[in-house]
Design a binder for this molecule. Sequence first.
Ligand code: HEC
Length: 132
Amino acid sequence: MKNKMLLAFTVLAVLSFEAQGEEASKRAAKAEVSFKNDVRPLLYDHCLNCHSPGGKGYNKSGLDMTTYESLMKGTKFGPVVKPGDPETSTFVMLLEGRANPALRMPAGINGSLYRQHITTLRTWVHQGAKNN
Ligand code: HEC
């Protein structure tokens, strides 16, 4: 009897935890994402030490995330952000491990970006990758 109650309680706790996560990502998907306040801080924390002049991501690909303009310029092969189109933006594909599982960004620290951070970056691209 006691065990059953404990089980029911655990199931409920897990369900409500998941529901909260879903709510949060729905909210994130609706609100307008700001480059300055939401996107840039994530890039500075998780990408910039490799993706700025002198870093190994920059040296290898040419992608510099120091400014909006340099991010939008992309790699030496061209843009990685296609405004409005997260599905085919390399920037989002790499974060989600969709391009090539071995090439997941941030490189070398697999899965270190939280799902909500990836959602923020994806939503920003989806909303047109604005300099807002
Ligand atoms: C530890 C270093 C490191 C970190 C941190 C890092 N990268 Fe990279 N990144 C690289 C390297 C190295 C390459 C070049 C990969 C190659 O061409 O083999 C690269 C390439 C890329 C490319 C271009 C892929 C292409 O050639 O089309 C994108 C987009 C990218 N990174 C996004 C990010 C994002 C977004 C972050 C932060 C969430 C990030 N990276 C963090 C090292 C890093």
